[in-house]
Ligand binder design. Structure first.
Ligand code: ADP
Ligand code: GLC
Length: 484
């Protein structure tokens, strides 16, 4: 079979640009797909970031895009990242301020619509005619809208299929009318899209893509209902079987405690005792004293989604149980303030670090006993997977991908890999925390749990095959001209 050509568009991709899990997936999936023989090129917005020399950056011609009724130059930097080609696509509407997401929505809408259309123009300049344009989340959604409208009658694009992966339905980038108009795109009249989202980058992507997936089977079901549908549940339902769920993988080379250079002691299942060195070092780094109970950790964007209000409510109990807590996160200044207050009130039990710190995150996964993920909703979640790989037991709420990846050890003692609670309440979280502390005191049972968690397979092996199948399906649909 001919080698499929995939153009992947995202706002972030590790290791170049990372804010959250989207970057982990957009970084690792191309690597896994290339191993299967697909030709995958990744394009990211060029916000002026400094690129390390190792990526061998070179400038190429990106072409010209009609924008605001005039010819706007598209800049292009080509890099070698993780064994493949990655392009940084720039131009005047994309501020060179180093920011992935800016503070102002109107500016972001212009930046991302320009990025999406400029990326397609750059592909034409490169004579890279993809079989599939794979869009991650709302940001490059205008590319799918173009493919579904004007692109249908353009020679270069008419056979290119569009695939959308929804990582988070809540970030919709609505009110993009002015930006879409600047890019010369016609107003949308699709009655399946609620009126408030007709100029929304995510909604347009959902409606226009040949196939859509989310990052776990549970979340794919949840977004059909009003509670998690974020106002787009009817549109999602209208796409019927074209919307499916593919669980994220974890890149075992990127996340590996046996080779991780920033740890105090490298370890694996056979050298689990060495993990203690990491915990001691972590406590010292965080200025926490020794303690008999487990060290709980939470690494997350500080956002309403992540359930930090429950953690704030339960923190005093941790102290009573002789346990400790470390939180690493960046995002909402209000949540950061509350967390800092908590740490000040309980300096021997709670440590809080505000900011984005990849190395500290890794030391936390390697040194903490439990990774907390009490999210209100969670499309997939990666921190519970990273925790498992590093021997930190996940304690999660049963929602989205968390429900799909963690088996409660009190429900299934043989296959259990963590602790799961259902109701979104401090009492339910507290009960799970008590269960974790109880089992932690039983050394052998805890070790057996760690080994099971570390051996659970969340590699890209299965998901990458599912994406390859998804692409093949999208191409078939596009070629046959099936109705959306
Ligand atoms: P989301 O994508 O909703 O932010 P995920 O659990 O899918 O949540 O992914 C979060 C990713 O971002 C993980 O790789 C996690 O380690 C990382 N991360 C989140 N916050 C920080 C931070 N403050 N410092 C370093 N890494 C972080
Ligand atoms: C999103 C979700 C998270 C998911 C990540 C990667 O940001 O919030 O649950 O793991 O994308 O798909």
């Amino acid at each position: 079979m001919r080698r499929l050509k995939i153009l992947m568009l995202a706002a972030e991709a590790a290791p170049l640009i990372k804010v959250g899990g989207l970057a982990d997936v957009a970084g690792a999936l191309p690597v896994a797909l290339r191993k299967m023989g697909l030709d995958v090129r990744v394009m990211l917005p060029d916000n002026g970031l400094r690129v390390p020399a190792a990526y061998k950056a070179r400038r190429l011609a990106g072409g010209v895009l009609a924008w605001d009724g005039r010819a706007e130059r598209v800049t292009l930097r080509c890099l070698n990242v993780s064994g493949g080609l990655c392009y940084l696509v720039g131009g005047r509407p994309i501020a060179r301020d180093g920011k992935v997401y800016g503070a102002n929505m109107a500016g972001d809408l212009r930046k991302f619509v320009f990025f999406a259309l400029a990326a397609l123009r750059a592909a034409e300049s490169l004579q890279f005619q993809p079989d599939v344009v794979h869009v991650h989340d709302a940001h490059p959604g205008a590319a799918l809208y173009f493919l579904g409208t004007a692109g249908r009658v353009q020679r270069f694009w008419k056979f290119t299929a569009g695939v959308l992966t929804i990582h988070n339905l809540a970030y919709q980038f609505n009110d993009g009318a002015a930006a879409l108009e600047a890019g010369g795109l016609a107003q949308c009249v699709d009655a399946r899209i609620p009126v408030h989202a007709r100029a929304g980058l995510l909604a347009l992507g959902i409606a226009a893509a040949d196939v859509v997936n989310t990052v776990s089977p549970s979340y794919a079901r949840e977004i059909r209902r009003v509670e998690q549908g974020a106002g787009l549940q009817m549109l999602v339902r209208a796409r019927g079987a074209r919307v499916c769920g593919i669980l994220n993988g974890l890149d075992g080379a990127v996340w590996n405690p046996a080779t991780d250079a920033v740890l105090a002691a490298k370890f694996d299942v056979r050298r689990l005792a060495r993990r203690r060195v990491n915990r001691d070092a972590l406590r010292a780094e965080l200025q926490l004293p020794a303690a008999a109970g487990p060290l709980f950790a939470l690494v997350a964007r500080l956002d309403w989604q992540k359930g930090l209000d429950l953690v704030l409510a339960v923190a005093p109990l941790l102290r009573v149980l002789g346990a400790q807590l470390v939180v690493l996160g960046s995002g909402s200044p209000e949540i950061a303030k509350q967390l800092r207050q908590l740490a000040r009130a309980h300096p021997r039990a709670v440590a809080v670090r505000v900011g984005f710190d990849e190395a500290l995150a890794r030391r936390i996964y390697a040194g903490a006993d439990v990774v907390l993920v009490p999210s209100r909703y969670e499309p997939c979640g990666l921190t519970q997977l990273i925790g498992m790989r590093y021997g930190a037991i996940p304690l999660v709420r049963a929602t989205g991908g968390l429900a799909d990846t963690v088996v409660d050890v009190n429900v299934d003692a043989v296959r259990g890999t963590g602790f799961v609670f259902s109701k979104y309440s401090a009492a339910a979280l507290a009960a799970a925390v008590r269960r974790a502390c109880k089992l932690f005191a039983e050394r052998q049972a805890w070790q057996a749990l760690q080994v099971r968690a570390m051996q659970a397979d969340f590699s890209w092996k299965l998901p990458v095959q599912a994406y390859a199948d998804l692409y093949a399906r999208a191409v078939r649909i596009r070629r046959n001209g099936a109705a959306r």
